[in-house]
Design a protein around this ligand. Structure first.
Ligand SMILES: O=C(CO)[C@@H](O)[C@H](O)COP(=O)(O)O
Length: 214
């Protein structure tokens, strides 16, 4: 079953609570929250107070993607604000294994994200320790970018690694440039969690857009 996680980066920020309720009504499975710090990526978005403010607007899980330097310094604030699962970037952690376990100790599923130029082989030492891999299919920082085709090769490599190590339960998420066409490609290559910003929030019918992606 494919999980659809609309990214609120493409929502109307002046109506964030209502926008989240709209995607819940439209059939979304998770709410994808892109946290950007202006350092790891060249953009700034939400911090813990905003996440806390919208937490009560929905029962959907908050899938928090930390595009921030040194996530170990603030991840507990995101958990306290209402994150249900946390994804950190391999490139942003000096002690990836330690940071993974800081999240696991709080009882949350952990994802590790890879930028487009980071090879999946770097995940080998931690694959047994995580719940999800996020293959970035654009360079992180902005919505509305075009899907990077080499992502398909990375997804296939990751699926083979997971199968070889009997880790087929690990979720494989993709994020960036996902629409009806690219959704078919990434699902075929092994992704089971699709993040989509523009393809959902800018669609005339959000329920229809989610159902097409699924
Ligand atoms: O994290 C990011 C970008 O850094 C994504 O979540 C985008 O928000 C996806 O937007 P679309 O490419 O689907 O419009």
């Amino acid at each position: 079953m494919t999980i659809i996680a609309p990214s609120i980066l493409s929502a109307d920020f002046s109506q964030l609570g209502a926008e989240i309720q709209s995607i819940e009504k439209a059939g979304a499975d998770w709410v994808h929250i892109d946290v950007m710090d202006g350092h790891f990526v060249p953009n700034l978005t939400f911090g813990p107070p905003v996440i806390q403010a919208v937490r009560s607007t929905t029962k959907l899980p908050f899938d928090v993607h930390l595009m921030i330097e040194r996530p170990e310094l603030s991840l507990h604030d995101y958990i306290a604000a209402g994150a249900d699962r946390i994804t950190i970037h391999l490139e942003a952690c000096s002690h990836l294994h330690r940071t993974i376990y800081s999240i696991k100790e709080k009882g949350l599923p952990v994802g590790v994200a890879l930028n487009p130029a980071t090879p999946v082989s770097l995940l080998a030492p931690v694959l047994e320790d995580i719940d999800m891999v996020l293959i970035m299919t654009v360079n992180p920082g902005f919505g509305g970018q075009s899907f990077i085709p080499y992502s398909v090769t990375k997804l296939k490599e990751l699926r083979s690694m997971l199968e070889a190590r009997s880790l087929s339960h690990v979720d494989v998420q993709v994020d960036g440039g996902i629409n009806a066409q690219t959704a078919a490609l990434v699902r075929e290559a092994g992704a089971n969690v699709l993040v989509a910003g523009n393809a959902v929030f800018n669609a005339p019918d959000r329920a229809e857009a989610i159902s097409v992606l699924r």
